[in-house]
Design a protein around this ligand. Structure first.
Ligand code: SPD
Length: 276
């Protein structure tokens, strides 16, 4: 069978699968896990591929390690979304992290992934991880100011349950809960597959954070040649990294390393122009 994702009614992308491993419907979305030939088990939400057993490392390493290596003291980490556990797994590789709060809106996504998609096994067992079942937008609205050193937004595309994770009001609360020298990062879509969406996210982030730095890299599972993750700070340079922290985590990783930290911020001529 072929599992297909249609992007904005303009692009269709398919993966050959041998079987459906799980199918369910929550209050928020349809949830499916397929056994695909290319990426092993793959999670799709409302028909959009989110993560897979193979090939997920690009995305999860890039959403976690640049922020964790740029924050001077990444002790308190907040992950909004990320119910598959892949981002929490990467965050918890850093011994400086004392607590990681993961706020996922859809309990069925977490259940399905825990049972059928073994990305976050080590993370789910880690005593530093606190899982909150709830709405990330409401969570940051109510969280105390400066309560996190790193805030990571690992949502799906800006439709359905993740739409609020791309709003300026949400970004303002993320900025407020972020400690003075902390680092915020969000997945910011593909500058190739949907340039307008990428630019729109950059505009909204720039309206809130004094320093906004997009990083680019591969994310093969999304049918896009290039994906982006955007680092934001209250003024500190997110390309200044703790090299020894990066060097320590590197042997455990497949994509991110200390030289790639700055290299990922090198954008195409067009993007540089458009972003001024
Ligand atoms: N087009 C799909 C983008 C999905 C981004 N988030 C994936 C979540 C992986 N933890």
């Amino acid at each position: 069978m072929w599992c297909e994702e249609t992007f904005a009614d303009r692009v269709r992308y398919g993966l050959r699968a041998s079987r459906v491993v799980y199918e369910g419907r929550s209050a928020y979305q349809t949830i499916a896990i397929y056994e695909t030939l290319q990426y092993g088990r793959v999670l799709a939400l409302d028909g959009v591929f989110q993560t897979g057993e193979r090939g997920e490392h690009f995305y999860h390493e890039m959403i976690a390690h640049p922020a964790l290596c740029a924050a001077p003291s990444p002790e308190r980490v907040l992950v909004i979304g990320g119910g598959d556990g892949g981002t929490a797994r990467e965050v918890l590789r850093h011994p400086e992290v004392r607590s990681c709060v993961l706020v996922e809106i859809d309990g069925l996504v977490m259940e399905a992934c825990r049972e059928h998609l073994p990305l976050g096994r080590a993370a789910w067992r880690d005593p530093r991880l606190e899982v909150v079942l709830g709405d990330g937008v409401a969570y940051v609205r109510e969280a105390p100011s400066s309560s996190f050193d790193v805030v990571i937004v690992d949502g799906s595309d800006p439709v359905g349950p993740s739409e609020g994770l791309f709003g300026e009001g949400f970004y303002r609360h993320c900025s407020r809960v972020l400690a003075g020298r902390g680092v915020f990062v969000t997945q910011s879509e593909s500058p190739i597959l949907d340039l307008e969406l990428f630019l729109d996210i950059q505009r909204r982030l720039r309206a809130v954070f004094p320093r906004v730095t997009p990083l680019v890299g591969p994310a093969p599972l999304y049918g896009a040649e290039q994906w982006s993750w955007t680092l934001c700070t209250h003024g500190g340079d997110p390309l200044e990294l703790d090299v020894s922290r990066a060097a320590r985590v590197e042997p455990l990783l497949r994509y991110y390393h200390r030289d790639l930290h700055r290299a990922s911020a090198v954008l195409s001529a067009e993007l540089r122009r458009l972003l001024g």
